[in-house]
Design a protein around this ligand. Structure first.
Ligand code: PEP
Length: 246
């Protein structure tokens, strides 16, 4: 039985002061206990959030990480640093990292291996551009990303997020039917590559809000959501987590 996961990716938003105010309010919300909830703030907010969520069921994630443990990698953050402050999840290969920061699949495979080595749970993001979708290449692109990023990976617990690039931060969504069809393909491919397709949680991400989450969560095989913009307001993110009540 896969427990649904709803994770809020704050991207480059919220100073430590703002993060503290957010989390102080969020931990007092009555969250659906059937849903696993994670917040994924910028690096400088991790420590303060980690302290505030102690003793709650809220999980902590990081938005990125270096593949090395330490060394001459100016500007990078290592898996050891993340582990020490209580990080459990790490987003690997968000389309904004692939696009703006030129992270390629070879690098992402190294990051996946670093998660494996240190017992961090990756949330591996895959998804197609609008052009690829229009050319009917969605599954080719995602199949390629999965094959490359999961090379030599033997992790027993990982999360994959299907995030169509054209739906991120745009207010446009994949329809729940389309998301379900791609997620079905991802599960089959992950099973072929790792032999654990049925155990992997696969999330949908791309302009998820409180008024559309229910449609995604109603679909068999969609195990939760990676939420960007709508995770920045306590009320809205709470409504998303508590979608069954809406
Ligand atoms: C994301 O950052 O992963 C994301 C899906 O963003 P948004 O919800 O804002 O589209």
């Amino acid at each position: 039985m896969r427990k649904p996961l709803i994770a809020g990716n704050w991207k480059m938003n919220m100073t430590p002061t703002e993060a503290k105010t957010f989390i102080a309010n969020f931990i007092n919300q009555n969250l659906d206990s059937d849903i696993e909830v994670a917040v994924i703030p910028p690096f400088v907010d991790l420590e303060i959030i980690s302290r505030e969520i102690k003793g709650t069921k809220i999980k902590l994630g990081a938005q990125n990480m270096c593949w090395e443990d330490n060394g001459a990698y100016t500007g990078e953050i290592s898996p050891l640093m993340l582990k020490e402050i209580g990080v459990e999840y790490v987003i690997i290969g968000h389309s904004e990292r692939r696009g703006y920061f030129k992270e390629d699949d070879t690098m992402l495979n190294l990051k996946m291996k670093a998660c494996q080595k240190h017992g961090l749970k990756p949330i591996l993001c895959v998804g197609e551009t609008l052009e690829e979708r229009e050319k009917g290449m969605t599954l080719d692109r995602i199949g390629y990303e999965l094959t490359e990023d999961l090379k030599d990976i033997t992790l027993k617990e990982l999360v994959i997020a299907y995030e169509p690039i054209w739906a991120i931060g745009t207010g446009k969504n994949a329809s729940p039917e389309d998301a379900q069809a791609v997620i079905e393909y991802i599960r089959k491919k992950a099973d072929e590559l790792l032999g654990i397709g049925e155990d992997i949680r696969i999330l949908y991400g791309g302009s998820v809000k409180s008024d559309n989450i229910k449609g995604f969560m109603a679909r068999e095989g969609i195990d939760g959501a990676l939420v960007g913009g709508a995770s920045l307001k306590v009320d809205e993110f709470t409504r998303i987590v508590n979608f069954k009540e809406v």
